[in-house]
Design a protein around this ligand. Structure first.
Ligand code: NAP
Length: 348
């Protein structure tokens, strides 16, 4: 297997001037990547609803950047070639539409929009523009383990028939409630399995096993989400966000001629206290940290060419339609159909 998780500098000497909207947790981290880790970009603009948050990121990471009074001014500025949207999900649609109207490449953290209709409006605006400008922050497609798994699924195990997966967190904040298991947690599986299997979903069902005593009335935990694809592949995903023991992402693809497992993150094996031990990660940020670097380097290269690559606005829309169906299935007693309209040629 030759796939490596490396970042490759863009084949140009030009520098992409990036404006960052939303300088909270992930906006600060992506600004650090652009300013200190990756090649070919510089941060020239910052905006956050909290002027103090933007000023703090400017002072720590991008002293020559302008702090703008609004996101719209940042997008319109001649100092900004491309826009990175890392504000809360409910603000994404308006900023992405504004970037498309300005003809500027835009990286939008997930979700693309908080409703399927909102994501659809972005697809329509980008389709009318005529070339891709939008990349959505589904970083698992850039994870070396998923890339190795995809190569095996595409070439070694015959036609995929089933996927067994799990997404477990040790615990979640008190305000995390039942639908968030879909919107905040399963959303990554929803996207990565469409890419891994090169397929779309046709139905969803959610079942609830015995609830853990570590949860509360507003959060049914764990949940099992059953997805069916157009090719007839059956996917079961356990979402268990109070599992206690660690942050654990599992994925097994069963094919006609073999099965393939997502590799475990690299860790030291110890023999100690009469037992064989492997540490398990506890923080999701550590699990995919390298893939954020690779995804943003990919975005910089495409944006320097005036376009976008990786997960598209269509992928963001398909994820929104599917997650809406899964939330409906949490309430419904049975199977919920998923109907995606025909994919526009721009996303072929
Ligand atoms: P966060 O820490 O709350 O940061 C968001 C920042 O945006 C805050 O400083 C917030 O200010 C500011 N803000 C609020 N309204 C705004 C507006 N209208 N315009 C500009 N800025 C505004 O949130 P986060 O954890 O960084 O998450 C941001 C986005 O990234 C979310 O969509 C999240 O789902 C996504 N995310 C993706 C991943 C991934 O794995 N791909 C991981 C983490 C986050 P106030 O605090 O004053 O409201």
């Amino acid at each position: 297997m030759t796939i490596a998780q490396t970042i490759t500098a863009p084949a140009t000497t030009r520098t992409l001037r990036v404006g960052v909207i939303g300088t909270g947790m992930i906006g600060r981290d992506h600004t650090r990547r652009l300013a200190q880790v990756l090649a070919g970009a510089t941060v020239t603009g910052l905006y956050d609803y909290s002027a103090e948050a933007a000023a703090a990121v400017q002072a720590d990471l991008a002293p020559s950047a302008t702090v703008f009074a609004t996101g719209e001014e940042l997008i319109a500025s001649p100092e900004v070639d491309a826009v990175l949207v890392t504000s809360p999900g409910f603000t994404h649609e308006a900023y992405v539409l504004e970037a498309i109207a300005a003809g500027k490449p835009c990286f939008c953290e997930k979700p693309l929009a908080t409703t399927a209709e909102g994501a659809r409006r972005i697809v329509e605006a980008e389709t009318a523009h005529g070339t891709r400008l939008v990349q959505v922050g589904f970083m698992r497609r850039y994870d070396v383990g998923y890339r190795m798994l995809k190569e095996v699924v595409d070439s070694r195990i015959g036609q995929p028939l089933m996927v067994h997966a799990a997404h477990r967190n040790p615990s979640v904040p008190e305000q995390y409630v039942t639908p968030m298991a879909i919107h905040d947690t399963l959303i990554h599986e929803i996207d990565v399995f469409r890419w891994l299997l090169d397929d779309d979903y046709v139905s969803a069902q959610v079942i609830f096993p015995r609830a853990t005593s570590a949860s509360h009335a507003a959060l049914k935990d764990p949940q099992i989400i059953l997805l069916e694809t157009a090719k007839g592949i059956r996917i079961d995903v356990e979402v268990f966000v109070n599992c206690k023991y660690g942050y654990d992402i599992q994925c097994q693809v069963v094919g006609e001629e073999g099965l393939a497992n997502l590799p475990e993150p690299m860790s030291i094996t110890m023999r100690k206290d009469a037992s064989l031990q492997n540490p398990i990660l506890t923080d999701w940020k550590d699990r995919f940290v390298a893939s954020y670097d690779v995804e943003l380097q990919d975005w910089i290269a495409a944006a320097l060419a005036g376009t976008a690559s990786g997960p598209s606005a269509w992928d963001g829309y398909a994820a929104a339609v599917t997650s809406d169906a899964c939330v409906e299935a949490q309430e419904a007693d049975g199977i919920v159909k998923i109907d995606l309209p025909a994919r526009p040629a721009l996303y072929a």
